[in-house]
Design a protein around this ligand. Structure first.
Ligand SMILES: Nc1nc2c(ncn2[C@@H]2O[C@H](COP(=O)(O)OP(=O)(O)OP(=O)(O)O)[C@@H](O)[C@H]2O)c(=O)[nH]1
Length: 188
């Protein structure tokens, strides 16, 4: 990581191949890389400067490797994160189980971290709905069950408006670009 000042640390988590790097590439460089899949090794860091009202905020985004081989390393990267974008692939049910694993871990170990749950690759469902492997209602029920555990968590959303905005950027999409649906979860 460079010596750049970071105001808000954001970490990307989720099973390998769900599309974490693609989301970061799109958000930071406004591009979608085509070509052979290249798995992330360890983690990659990128900074993104954004304006929030009259303030300038530097996000430091850690894009972790999804392979379980790097699980211990990912724990190092989520320490102190203000937000975690936990991704799962709508066409891969095991990736949703993996997302739950990360949510559980963050909620018990990183209480100050806002968690965003992102279902990726919705373009594949537009092409063929039968490819869906993660039911929308299951995700909704899961999100609700966590909200119910901590009703106060909802208020935290307004205190981190810039991150909510960041999530919105990631949800707006066009064809052929990373496609996600997002559900906000409180941190506890
Ligand atoms: N159809 C479709 N493919 C996508 C989308 N996002 C990513 N992909 C493809 O999915 C593959 C994996 O994407 P990555 O962004 O490298 O996945 P990752 O989660 O960073 O993977 P790891 O680095 O192994 O953890 C690549 O071949 C991407 O082109 C999407 O929204 N739609």
């Amino acid at each position: 990581m460079s010596g750049q000042r970071v105001d808000v640390k954001v970490v990307m988590l989720g099973k390998e191949y769900v599309g974490k790097t693609s989301l970061v590439e799109r958000y930071v460089h406004d591009r979608f890389l085509v070509g052979p899949y290249q798995n992330t090794i360890g983690a990659a860091f990128v900074a993104k400067v954004m304006s929030v009202g009259d303030r300038t905020v530097t996000l430091g985004i850690w894009d972790t490797a999804g392979s379980e081989r790097y699980e211990a390393m990912s724990r190092i990267y989520y320490r102190g994160a203000k937000a975690a974008i936990v991704c799962y692939d709508l066409t891969d049910s095991s990736s949703f189980e993996r997302a739950k694993f990360w949510v559980k871990e963050l909620r018990s170990l990183e209480e100050g971290c806002q968690i965003y749950l992102c279902g990726t690759k919705s373009d594949l469902l537009e092409e063929d709905r039968r490819r869906r492997r993660v039911d929308f209602h299951d995700v909704q029920d899961y999100a609700d069950s966590i909200l119910l555990l901590d009703p106060n968590g909802i208020s935290k959303l307004s205190s981190l408006k810039h991150l909510a905005r960041l999530a919105r950027v990631w949800t707006s999409s066009s064809r052929k670009w990373p496609r996600i649906t997002s559900v906000w979860l409180p941190s506890r």
